[in-house]
Design a protein around this ligand. Sequence first.
Ligand SMILES: [Mg+2]
Length: 366
Amino acid sequence: MPLAIRSIGVHLVRLRTAEGLKTSIHDVITEQEYVLTRLKLSDGSEGFGEAPEATFITGETASSMIEAIERHLAPAVVGRDPFDLAGAHLAMDRALAAGNSAAKSAVDLAIYDALGKHLGQPVSRVLGGAPRGPIASSKAIGTGPLKEMVASARRQIAAGFGTVKIKTGADSTAELAAVKAIRAAGGPGLNIKLDANQGWTLPEALRFLDRARQFDIQMVEQPLAAADLKGHAELRRRIAIPVMLDESIHGPGDALRAIEAGACDYINIKLLKAGGLFPAQEVATVCAAGGVACQIGSLSTSIGTAAAIHLVHARPIMKFAEVNWPARLASDVGTGFSLVKGRADVAPTPGLGIKVDTRLLRGGRS
Ligand SMILES: [Mg+2]
């Protein structure tokens, strides 16, 4: 009998953060809901996927993801050949046409994890790459009172992070003072990125960045509204700081339009926006063709963050990574992810490399 996807179960896991994060678009995250998928192949191989509830990015709630997977996505892929990721995504896109990218990502990741276990190979190899060891990760500093922002940066620098990302777009006075103080604390060797999460208008961005540029800013992420490609192109013509787009870019078409519009120097890929590892590779390919280097970002538990690391190991265009989220959690869903001195890695075992604590799934739905 040919190998087939036999079943997909869905579980809701609610985890507290030990270290919250506030941005211009949402308040401090202290607790987050994650949707875990548990997929079985006909040979008994089992894979886990995951997606965080990030309503401010994809508009999906944990409940809507569970509904999407149980009623639409699981029936579309159960019975299919797990090697046929292209077919699985076509079937998912037929079942639920637009959006629902986080739900699709949770299914996609579970298929890759199961495939890797079936083959006895880490997912980076399944993707055409190989395990390459720890990768440097940046870490975000939430916007807030100046003192807290600087204290948070000092902790990160002491923990070994070579790149900090300062969240901006909420309170320019405190944020500018924080940029200055963090540059002084970190010295010239520290990489400083900014991320406004769409918080500025074009004149506000110009005003802030004109003052911030003396502090050697590596790049600014998503300064303007997601839909405003023209504004980002204009901003790039008027400032010397490179622009990275995040919320503007979900799928490969978004990346193509942004590159054609001259709206970005870099693109931030997140699996929950792209719809999983398969479509994220299509985004990466468009970026590589357009000469735009990528970052991988993650708001996931160790399952989704491990998947992000495998993508970096498989695609040389993924030059930057922000894959520290599991370290912000008070508890995680499994073991295998590591973050040492600002460098993240995953166990080179078959699949995504995460040993999931299945006790977490007892109370869930499957
Ligand atoms: Mg961002």
